[in-house]
Design a protein around this ligand. Structure first.
Ligand code: PGA
Length: 235
């Protein structure tokens, strides 16, 4: 069982290896509590000049609808704060769905097209929700889904409420679809903490079902799952 630092280091190493073998990789990125340590590791390695992201293209999994770039809870702000603001990925190569787009459907289609135009995602980082969501693909989402607008489930809104003033928690998001994620050439799933234990146990049963979206990953040939838990007495 990995502690948080180990998990973060391992995840950062997977990204480093990807960039060593292909410096112009297309990387799919995730937000949430879990990948913060991975970003911290990558930023330190960048500062020590062990790695450059200058040729990387990045696509984030999702964004809340109705949150502007300036709002601290937006994933745009998260990415600036934890990663983009500290490394050399060119601004034009950083992509996050636009939760403020007037035409949300159009924005989803454009997002999907720009992933395709980039040559497709080489390595996608995902987290997992307690309900088995990946990205914001909530239970019941079609395995054929592409980037789309989604309603956040009660479970997701509860889990993420800690980042918001209660009344301001968005109800919708734009997310890459399950098919979008599955098209990535490789996937790394990060999960940390006892509240993810049941989701991991469910994933490990190997049962593929629409009511547990992450189970689609069993049909992908190249997925690495990194899971860690607090040691006793911690958090
Ligand atoms: P996290 O959740 O905030 O615990 O990393 C990830 C997710 O719900 O997808």
């Amino acid at each position: 069982m990995k502690d948080y630092e180990e998990l973060s280091e391992k995840a950062a190493e997977i990204l480093m290896k990807q960039l060593e073998s292909k410096p112009d990789s297309v990387i799919g990125l995730a937000t949430g509590g879990t990948p913060i340590g991975m970003y911290r590791q990558l930023v330190s390695r960048f500062k020590r000049e062990e790695i450059s992201f200058a040729r990387v293209t990045a696509f984030n999994l999702d964004e809340y609808i109705g949150l502007g770039k300036e709002q601290p809870e937006s994933f745009y702000s998260y990415m600036e704060h934890h990663f983009f603001g500290h490394v050399d990925i060119p601004v034009a190569s950083r992509h996050i769905p636009d939760g403020m787009a007037e035409n949300l459907e159009g924005a989803c289609e454009a997002y999907e097209s720009s992933i395709e135009a980039s040559g497709g995602i080489d390595l996608q980082v995902v987290g997992i929700g307690q309900n088995g969501h990946i990205g914001f693909n909530e239970p019941g989402t079609s395995f054929q889904s592409r980037t789309h607008v989604t309603e956040l489930s009660a479970s997701t809104r509860r889990a993420n409420a800690k980042y918001f003033d209660v009344k301001e928690m968005p109800e919708q998001a734009i997310t890459m679809g399950l098919q979008t994620i599955m098209k990535a050439r490789s996937i790394v799933l990060l999960a940390y903490g006892h509240e993810k234990r049941d989701a991991l146990a469910q994933l490990r049963t190997g049962k593929i079902t629409g009511s547990f979206p992450a189970s689609c990953l069993h049909e992908h040939p190249n997925v690495t799952v990194l899971y860690g838990e607090e040691s006793e007495g911690e958090g």
